[in-house]
Design a protein around this ligand. Structure first.
Ligand code: NG1
Ligand code: ZN
Length: 542
């Protein structure tokens, strides 16, 4: 390890004095102008992680659904997964080290993790369309080369595409070819094979309007479109040619404001969906004949997918265990429907896909989705092999079902939640089952809900347990929430510090929108009073 070279290069990526950042749920995320040193140092860290795992490591430059002025960076582990927890700590240490301590911190990490410094390192890099992303990804490359690592810069990619590249490269091409072309071909082939089986239901139902949040999803969907156009025609909105990234559009906007994005022409009963800024989330929605807006969120996506997978397994006659993983943000109606009607076991984990992903790995088939539309279905390696074998061996109807299962498995990006891949799975299932978006939406009725944010001096005063559904500190907060919840019917509320923003998030649901709004507001006031609120007291805003 040439530490002299590191020190020399680091001088041109100097850390601003006093700046402390934390590797959170989605890596580092803040204003783009504060991130140059972090990028350089994550290039260094990726090299150490690559040497330790003897595998290709990914570095993605994006701030997802956050404002265009922000940026961020996260490392992707060998099987396309989020960085291991002990390395998240190293990332935080390295990002916050003063210039003179940089060498020592690098040596410490190498020793703690028994990194063989003679080992080769290979890093793949991707970035979103933010104006700051190109320069910041160049800083990552400076870090990689300063430590003698080799790299491939993919340039513009969706986050899930970078996960896919990492996964492909570390499984010797068995999963697919590590190029965008390979990604398009793999997904489109599985999609077309699946939809071939659908009884023709007219062209109308095979078209979809997509709000691309003015982000990378637009570029990549446009590249991919002609690969699957026989089965689905997509009409892109907010494609980045005019509007600003994530501004009044995108999956996060639609989900949190519960209204359509700007710039989308919606006709009644037309199927529409929104991606977020780096295309790893998707939500669906439509206007009914009366002009009412209906959101079909991650919970309903998980329901559609797990129901269909369960049907296929029944058809094949295989008793593989299938589980759904959610977070506390999952609508209460979805959990009840899955458990009581679908008879699918449901588990709740902390927020952040890495927690859901981890839990989903415990099942033969684990379907995980956050309510905001981030998720996928995971098939264990043993099950993957079994399904491929059944698709060859079984006869007639059973074989057809096994083939479909195989196609669906290939269509999911098993390395990460992926808006494009999820969209194709959903479109295929709707076509195969002959379902309209309204029929899908009618599986169950969401409980009215509201999410709010409260600013506090230090959000770490709030700690939680029971997958974030109960506040342990500050004293008295949980009791206050319990008392408020008792005032409303079918109600539930919880609070937690955000892992990506400097706020406390409040969630409430109840039997009517007025009750959900009012409960969320009252809980916000309790947080403001008991957890050190700053600025203006929360106002009832609905
Ligand atoms: P935080 O800021 O920790 O709530 C948000 C989302 C997560 C996840 C991460 C990463 C909500 C309530 N939270 O986390 O689900 O997507 O961002 O992007 O949607
Ligand atoms: Zn995202």
């Amino acid at each position: 390890m040439d530490l002299g070279a590191v020190t020399k290069h680091s001088a041109s990526h100097a850390k601003p004095n006093g700046l402390i950042l934390q590797y959170g749920t989605a890596g580092f995320r803040t204003k783009a102008e504060h991130l140059d040193h972090v990028m350089f140092r994550m290039g260094l860290l990726a090299v150490l992680r690559s040497k330790q795992t003897k595998s290709t490591i990914g570095v993605m430059v994006t701030a997802s659904h956050n404002p265009e002025e922000d940026n961020g960076v996260k490392l992707v582990d060998p099987l396309g997964e989020m960085l291991a927890p002990s390395w998240e700590e190293h990332a935080t240490c390295l990002a916050n080290a003063e210039e003179q301590d940089l060498q020592r911190v690098l040596i410490d990490i190498s020793k703690k993790e028994a990194v063989n410094l003679q080992q080769d390192a290979f890093i793949v890099i991707g970035r979103d369309t933010r104006p700051s992303s190109e320069k910041l990804s160049q800083s990552v490359i400076d870090g990689v080369t300063a430590l003698g690592g080799q790299f491939h810069d993919y340039g513009l990619l969706t986050t899930p595409q970078l996960h896919y590249m990492v996964y492909c490269r570390n499984t010797s091409g068995r999963y697919g070819k590590a190029t965008t072309e390979g990604y398009y071909q793999k997904l489109s082939k599985a999609f077309l094979e699946l939809t071939k089986q659908a009884s023709c239901s007219g062209d109308e139902s095979r078209s979809l309007k997509v709000d691309c949040a003015n982000g990378i999803g637009a570029l990549k969907l446009r590249e991919m479109e002609h690969y699957f156009s026989q089965g689905l025609s997509v009409q892109l909105f907010n494609d980045g040619t005019k509007g600003k990234l994530n501004h009044l559009c995108g999956a996060d906007f639609v989900k949190s404001h519960q209204k359509p994005p700007q710039g989308m022409e919606m006709k009644s009963n037309e199927r529409c969906c929104s991606f977020d800024g780096d295309a790893d989330r998707i939500v669906y929605y439509y206007h009914d004949a009366d002009g009412h807006f209906h959101l079909v969120d991650g919970d309903k996506i998980a329901t559609l997918i797990s129901s269909f997978l369960k049907e296929l397994l029944l058809e094949i006659g295989e008793s593989l265990n299938i589980g759904v993983v959610q977070t506390a943000y999952a609508n209460g109606s979805s959990t009840r429907y899955l458990e009581e009607v679908m008879k699918v076991p449901v588990y709740c984990t902390k927020t952040g896909v890495k927690h859901l992903h981890h839990k989903a790995q415990e099942f033969d088939i684990g379907v995980y989705f956050e309510a905001n539309g981030h998720g996928t279905a995971l098939f264990s390696t043993a099950v993957e092999m079994k399904i491929k074998q059944l698709a060859e061996e079984l006869e007639d109807k059973k074989r057809k079902a096994a083939k479909m299962l195989e196609n669906i498995m290939d269509l999911f990006n098993q390395a990460a939640g992926d808006a494009i891949s999820d969209m194709l799975v959903i479109e295929a299932i709707l076509a195969l089952k002959g379902l309209t978006v309204q029929q899908w939406d009618a599986l169950y009725t969401d409980l009215p809900n509201r999410q709010l944010k409260v600013k506090v001096a230090d959000r770490r005063v709030i700690s939680t347990t029971d997958a974030e559904r109960q506040a342990v500190t500050p004293p008295g907060l949980q009791e206050a929430i319990n008392d408020l919840v008792k005032k409303y019917k079918l109600s539930r509320a919880f609070v937690r510090p955000s892992g990506t923003e400097d706020v406390v998030r409040v969630y409430a649901e109840a039997d009517s929108q007025e009750s959900a709004d009012s409960l969320a507001h009252e809980v916000s006031l309790a947080v403001f009073q008991l957890a050190g609120g700053i600025g203006e007291r929360p106002q009832p805003c609905f």
